[in-house]
Design a protein around this ligand. Structure first.
Ligand code: GLN
Length: 455
């Protein structure tokens, strides 16, 4: 923990929103004392971890990367954090992120952008991806071995791919969302970033399961059964018998040639390891981005209504009425992207537009999920590149629609609530590439174990 804090203090990438050195060292000493006293140690004994700043850690800054929540400290631990800490992990700090999870470059962060640790020497600084920018960068930089992020449409997987680390988005409901600041509740998940799939598995085993504070968090019986089952795989052919679904080439035309080349090469390796490649067709997959950018802003516009200058965070006093104060607080507090999402969301929910936009998008979402369900009748997992490009250069001024389209490969699994992991298949600075494995609902361990075999 001391070494992690030392690295975090001199972090040149800007991964952290805040460090809490005293609390971390005190907790570490407590663990040491407990161990000398003969207490049993949890599976994460002494592991330093970083937490995205939209996940509550008691007493720590939970700013969600927003000016509106500048200085806001949580008064309780998220269930996921509570469980990691109970297993021996030590929180060293909270990390930077795109405001309220909206973005994919880490640049929509009130306290500043994070730099990708895998930026080529002497080259222009690359984006670590987002929105879990600081968490991914902190793992890639070797500051902490494990970090929590949140993934609503790709925010753990895409930064994992950009930073050359592993990132897991669990099945929706696998990990309690209690203490995760809501963006789009029907899509939000707490996910993990680490340098190995085995570490992700360890974290999942600790965090998963029902929670009296989140009625959508489901039983872990299947997980316990799988964890207890002996690994019967042949070490030389760990993917033997795995039917791996892949898209027809025409579905990946927007993918950068370098990304495609690494992806294809890794599929070859999967085949050598015993997997059988099967072409699958998901006819509604290509509508994912359109559907997501209706549904996620709609939910966000409702969730973000709570930032009214009364209950949380900053208040900007202005004018004479309550409404003046709220307007001034929200105008000053929210950044451009969040404002754009709120406008989009209120529009698609408004009377006269609801049927045309929200309702229709909800129906296409169902079709996307049904496509996956049909595909999983003939394959065990599906592989895609995680992101269509290698990391962007920081500071590029691009049309937001270009960034939205960059989420095309991660969004569908989110819409369907499925588990997915990004496996680093090229970690060369500036050229990092991730391969995404998607599994049927609750198959988190199959996804993670296949990921471990690929690397
Ligand atoms: N990049 C996507 C967005 O901006 C995904 C965000 C996320 O998963 N939190 O909405």
């Amino acid at each position: 923990v001391g070494a992690a804090l030392e690295r975090a203090r001199t972090d040149p990438f800007g991964c952290f929103e805040a460090l809490d050195e005293e609390a971390a060292l005190e907790r570490a000493r407590e663990l040491d004392r407990a161990r000398s006293g003969g207490a049993s140690c949890g599976p994460l004994f002494g592991v330093p971890i970083a937490i995205k700043s939209n996940i509550c850690v008691d007493g720590e800054l939970t700013t969600c990367g927003s000016r509106l929540l500048a200085g806001h400290r949580s008064i309780y631990d998220a269930t996921a954090v509570e469980r990691l800490v109970a297993a021996g992990a030590v929180v060293v700090g909270t990390t930077r992120m795109d405001e309220f999870g909206m973005g994919s470059s880490g640049e929509n962060c009130a306290s500043g952008a994070t730099t990708n640790p895998r930026t080529p020497a002497g080259g222009a600084a690359r984006s670590p991806g987002g929105s879990s920018s600081g968490s991914a960068a902190a793992v890639a930089a070797g500051i902490v071995p494990l970090a929590l992020g949140s993934d609503t449409g790709g925010s753990v997987r895409q930064p994992a791919a950009f930073c050359g680390v592993f990132g897991h988005k669990p099945t929706w409901g696998r990990v309690s969302r209690h203490g995760l600041v809501a963006f789009a509740s029907s899509l939000d998940t707490i996910g993990t970033l680490a340098r190995s799939a085995r570490d992700l598995e360890l974290a999942l085993a600790v965090m998963a399961g029902p929670d009296g504070r989140d009625s959508t968090a489901f039983e872990r019986t299947d997980l316990d059964r799988e964890l207890a089952a002996p690994d019967a795989r042949d070490a030389n052919r760990p993917l033997a018998g795995l039917r791996l679904g892949v898209f027809d080439d025409s579905a990946l035309t927007d993918v950068d040639p370098h990304v495609l080349e690494r992806f294809t090469r890794t599929l070859e390796r999967a085949r050598e390891l015993g997997a059988e490649l099967v072409t699958v067709d998901l006819p509604h997959h290509r509508h994912g981005v359109a559907v997501y950018y209706v549904l996620a802003p709609a939910e966000a516009s409702s969730n973000l209504a709570r930032y009214d200058g009364v209950r949380y965070g900053r208040r900007v006093e202005a004018g004479t009425s309550l409404e003046d104060m709220m307007t001034a607080t929200r105008t000053e507090g929210f950044g451009h992207e969040v404002t754009r999402r709120i406008l989009l969301g209120t529009h698609v929910l408004s009377s006269g537009f609801y049927e045309a936009w929200f309702d229709r998008a909800a129906r296409v979402r169902r079709a996307v999920a049904d496509d996956f369900a049909a595909a999983f009748e003939s394959v065990d997992l599906i592989a895609t590149p995680t992101a269509p490009t290698t990391p962007f250069t920081l500071g590029e001024d691009v049309d937001p629609l270009v960034r939205y389209r960059g989420d095309a490969l991660t969004i569908p699994a989110s819409l369907a609530g499925l588990p997915a992991v990004s496996v680093p298949v090229d970690v060369e600075p500036g050229r990092t590439v991730g391969l995404q494995l998607i599994g049927p609902a609750t198959a988190d361990l199959s996804v993670l174990r296949a990921a471990a075999a690929l690397r």
